[in-house]
Design a protein around this ligand. Sequence first.
Ligand code: SF4
Ligand code: SF4
Length: 446
Amino acid sequence: MQTNFSPEQLKEPHMQASEKILRTCVHCGFCTATCPTSLLLGDELDSPRGRIYLIKDMLENGRPATGEVVKHIDRCLSCLSCMTTCPSGVNYMHLVDHARAYIEQTYTRPLPDRLLRGVLRFVLPHRERFRLALAGALLMKPFRPLLARLPVLGSRLGAMIDLAPARFPSRIASEPAPVEGARRGRVVILEGCAQPVLKPSINSAARRLLARHGVETVDVKGEGCCGALVHHMGQEHDAHRFAKANIERWVAEMDGAGLDAIIITASGCGTTVKDYGFMFRDDPAWAEKAARVSAAARDITEYLSTLNLPAPARATGQTIAYHSACSMQHGQQIRDEPKKLLKNAGFLVKDVPEGHICCGSAGTYNMLQPEIAGQLKARKLANIARTRPQAVATGNIGCMTQLSSGSTIPFVHSVELLDWAYGGPLPEALAQTDFIQQPVQMAAAE
Ligand code: SF4
Ligand code: SF4
């Protein structure tokens, strides 16, 4: 694509990076076929190619974002399905990240929108604030129909309440587990922000599983949100602040006792941590440290795949649908590892039809764009049901929250299932099901 940025504009590093990206797009439109919003809304401006044109026009002309541009960029899920499809290697992620930051700098959103985004920004990246907000959402559940009828923000408030689990998640301290057998590695696991509140059992399972296979997990005090939630809202300053706090602590640990990897159990966070190197590429004080962190970042399934896990400790055989989060398959291009681990642990793993299409979770998207998110959720759940699974395994807390709020099929993190197969406790979501009673028979019947 031909671009017309002035030499003055190209002195700005963000503009320079975006110009390079724009030039790689050849307008072929292949990406429109796999874009969820393009499929649902049928509008070119809600396709990757349409958004690329809008962003190009906005940036090239140095114009403040308009309501029309904001509408179509806000509808983008940042699912990155378009990046997997694109034959020219267009880095849509970096382009839309730049556009979102540009929008926040040049556009004044309507007051209700600003209020809602301000609340999300204030609450979500902080564990204790999020815990309180969750308690509030639980109390509000009986008033949900009333709140959802409120003008302007009603549907979004309704969506937030729907996403809160039916009962308050129990607190489990995710303590490092004692290492068994020969020591094979030393890693840190990102605790993050929302996941330890919603599902502390995920990192506990990861710690137990790693310890059982000779890997020490260390606690790094003071780490927190990876910055993804605010980054996707265009809040670059906040995102960098969160990222720097983590980088500082992990680099200190790397330079101290040493780390073999930084393990991430939420693929949405993994995509962001792996991008720290790009985020700080022009910051002399942080570029090298950020690049080291990104190079050491691994999804838990990537790391487990290097350990050559033995045969499982239990008889398994249950039918599992594997839901690949967009941040896993498109953001990190991790496709086979989680399924291979589950298959090697004895599960019958089913691919979900239309697996490349987003479930509508997408960070804060399901709260900011509840109508589109709701349609995508219904479509995903229908596709999952077609595989007739006993449980659904996935690697991202956002998808688990989004999909389990509308389904009777239990959702578990892949690492919880693996931990159980290798001798750990049964995941809480499976406790009231016939998961243990009906293992091998159902798989054999397929
Ligand atoms: S990130 Fe997803 S929603 Fe956004 S343009 Fe690409 S495919 Fe469409
Ligand atoms: S597939 Fe790639 S090159 Fe083709 S229009 Fe989409 S982004 Fe541009």
